[in-house]
Ligand binder design. Structure first.
Ligand code: ADP
Length: 190
């Protein structure tokens, strides 16, 4: 099985690209953001706990997302691998992922990082807000907190994965199909 991590700042286009990559490589696309929004929509206890944190632009606790991912690894069948989107987002989650996969005799295939300049992040999120209406896209202060959280807690993962030779970058600027083909070309050789 392949275990790809789709990495990048909020608004880099992970969700957009994930659909194409999922189809091209016969993967299960696992987006922790989408799973959490599903819990919120369903009004589950987990959703209630997550909503206030997400709406403020903060991360939900590591154990919550780790549990969601582990249960998908155990239940999703009939795919050639997984495309992780939005997970891991902290060093603790990355360590938990390595452990989870080792317990299943598997390992991370590679991290593919979509790089866009900071000034493009806000433009893309504002554009998405007008289409998808996500609560956490609506307010500038929340977007700014998410960007801060990304730099503080998620960006250190770059060094973590570089140290083990699993980190790869693609240019995330340009058209959606051109970014998709850069990502596909890279994933083919991992
Ligand atoms: P974006 O990539 O635009 O930040 P996501 O849909 O990936 O959007 O995530 C939305 C929110 O869900 C995050 O801001 C965070 O609050 C929560 N979330 C998603 N994934 C994780 C994770 N791995 N760990 C903690 N919180 C998460």
């Amino acid at each position: 099985m392949k275990y790809y991590i789709l990495f990048g700042p909020p608004g880099a286009g992970k969700g957009t690209q994930a659909t194409t990559l999922r189809d091209n490589f016969h993967l299960c696309h696992l987006s922790t953001g989408e799973l959490l929004r599903g819990e919120i929509a369903a009004g589950s206890p987990l959703g209630l706990q997550a909503k206030a944190l997400i709406d403020a632009g903060n991360l939900v606790p590591d154990e919550v997302v780790e549990g969601m991912i582990a249960s998908k690894f155990d239940t999703v069948k009939g795919v050639e691998g997984f495309l992780l989107d939005g997970f891991p987002r902290t060093i603790a989650q990355a360590e938990a992922l390595d452990k989870m996969l080792a317990e299943r005799g598997e390992s991370v295939t590679g991290v593919v990082s979509i790089m866009i300049p900071d000034e493009m992040i806000k433009d893309r999120i504002r554009h998405r807000a007008s289409i998808e209406g996500r609560a956490d896209d609506a307010r500038d202060e929340v977007i700014e907190n998410r960007i801060r959280t990304y730099h503080a807690k998620t960006e250190p993962l770059i060094g973590f994965y570089k140290a083990s030779g699993r980190y790869h970058e693609v240019d995330g600027t340009g058209s959606i199909p051109s970014v998709a083909s850069r990502l596909s070309d890279l994933m083919k050789v991992l």
